[in-house]
Write a protein that binds this ligand. Structure first.
Ligand SMILES: [Fe+2]
Length: 197
């Protein structure tokens, strides 16, 4: 069986287990169980060779390979391949939960809390995502990302919905206290490669 076919089977099995974890509702406990399932998939690093997910170039320093979406668009998995140095300001993923786990490379996820209904956010804690660790966000959860170290990143990003259907995302400017609302579409998703088939 090819690596691609083995990967596909491992992903489908992982999604089945995660669906079971989240069946009763999405909360801190159930998303933690789902996170562990994604971490187990990362341990099968041989299923994610650099031949299939190459280190990107300086011209396009990050790529999302969209490798799985279930038939009713409830579970969506991406391989994130990036050069060191990428950073994202605090943002949520619309109405989707999110889990990020590492195969190679390290980044710091800073978790924030929204101050009431205001556009300001308060830092809560930092979580280092590197091989053997992961981070999860409930729907509406806010994180900022800063890559760390000099190793290119190979991470798995797992969402309740694909980027295109996560709904309106909010990004927060910590310095100005302003919030920016945007919907991801083909204009700002040019770094995604459809590798679902
Ligand atoms: Fe994010």
């Amino acid at each position: 069986m090819s690596i691609k076919e083995q990967r596909k089977q491992a992903i489908i099995a992982m999604v089945d287990r995660v669906r079971h974890c989240l069946n009763e509702g999405i909360n801190i406990d159930s998303i933690e169980l789902a996170k562990r399932e994604l971490m187990k998939l990362c341990e099968q690093w041989e299923l994610f060779p650099r031949e299939d997910f190459p280190v990107p170039s300086d011209e396009q320093p990050e790529l999302f390979f969209h490798i799985y979406e279930d038939p009713v668009q409830e579970y969506s998995l991406y391989v994130y391949s990036a050069l060191p140095g990428q950073a994202y300001r605090p943002h949520n993923h619309g109405n989707s939960w999110a889990i990020v786990a590492a195969i190679e490379g390290m980044e710091i996820h800073s978790l924030y809390r929204q101050a009431g209904y205001s556009s300001t956010v308060e830092w809560v804690t930092d979580i280092i995502v590197k091989p053997g660790t992961a981070v999860s966000l409930l729907p509406g959860g806010i994180h900022a990302i800063q890559s760390a170290g000099d190793c290119p990143l190979l991470h798995l990003h797992f969402y309740g919905k694909s980027f295109e259907i996560q709904g309106e995302r909010t990004e927060f400017d910590v310095k100005t206290g302003q919030a920016h609302h945007l919907t991801l579409d083909e204009n700002n998703l040019s770094y995604i490669i459809d590798a679902r088939h």
